[in-house]
Design a protein around this ligand. Sequence first.
Ligand code: GLU
Length: 464
Amino acid sequence: MRTRFAPSPTGALHIGGLRTALFNFLFAKKNNGEFFLRIEDTDKERSKKEWEIEIFDNLKKLGLNWDNRAERQSERGEIYKRYLEKMLKEGTAYYCFCTKEELDKEREDLMKLEKAPIHQGKYRDLGLENTLKKIEAGEKCVIRFKCPPNKDVVFNDLIRGEIKIHTSDVGDFVIAKDLNNPLYNFTCVVDDFEMGVTHIIRGEEHIPNTPKQILLGEVLGFTIPEFAHLSLILGKDKKKLSKREGSTAVSDYLKQGYLPEAIINFIAFLGWNPGTEKEIYSMDELIQDFSIEKISKSGAVFNIDKLDWMNGIYIRNIDIDELTQKCLPYLKQKEGIDNKKVVKAYRDRLKKLSEITEITSYLYEEELNYDKNLLIWKDMTVEEVKDSLKKALQLVENVEDISSENIQKQLVEEAKKAPSVGSFMWPLRVSLSGKKASAGPAEIIEIIGKEKSIKRINQAINSL
Ligand code: GLU
């Protein structure tokens, strides 16, 4: 079995493209087959090298490695030309000289008659001699497929079942601007055949292309591959996912610190489901359990909360040293602060790595800036808060082992003497963090060290 992902390098790899690539990858690997990558860059104006590089990069980061070298349609011109010449010679394609005005008028007239605007094929039987004359006279032309009349094109979509389209709804479509400028439906069919692709999994927006590609494949004598069309990915509003709901570019999710494994796990569940309770899947497990039969016919909703949840699970599951490495780009650096301790203190709350910058910045700052009223726990008086902080100060000054475990033990002992745990812990924690929510005081003391902790507690006392 051979599958392919065939992106056009006209923009960033987006969520929908990634799902298409992933399903093709999983299906191929599950069946010990091959997964190919083909860059569909025949649109010379819109295709950009930088997008191609972006697509390559992101696929690799996500572990979707392709077999063989990636093919570029822009480098396969000779192959297409050969097939175009063959079709022209055999009369399954022809030169069409209709002007834009003629085509517009034809479309208008058909619409008036409430007929589908399918091209009627004015030049389909012009014959070689007359065609050559027109070309020599310099008349502009394109190459059209001679669509067989009065025929049903039937294919069994692996997700949707039988799909039938009549050729009168297809018409003589353009397959190339000229011998050197073939268009998508044509290049796609030639490449899928030449590359030996057996299964095509792609978005449902390509369903109207499929009969065209089957018809082309038939006249060229190609084996027709199997097709599976994936339903749309929807936003929370049940409309097609778009930038309305945040970014759709895969690179943005990576930049925000969603782990590749979590992204893959999440994307796999956009339209596929193993039919069990299990939701956390490694790539190997996905390969093992994937099947096209379990892909849903209805649209899949992109739920960012679910991605956050999954990412949290992956964050907590990786080794702390590895996680620290991954967090480094998001952490401020400061001498005397052990990033691993910072990561350890925050790993349970992280939904994505980028969050760590903001929530830990107070650990790296020289001076804290906060509203002193935040130091007051419930209905404590200012004096009570001061007293409580002084006790904490003494404790920190006298402590020798500043591991968070030891400090925590001592703080708990001290808190028992206070009217409530909160009345002791809250002012201390705020004095150390300047925040409503942060890591616990023992963890902070271990991270910022004794000297800085004393300085911060003193600053709080003096502010009151
Ligand atoms: N280049 C097409 C796209 O990006 C590929 C369609 C196909 O898979 O045949 O949508």
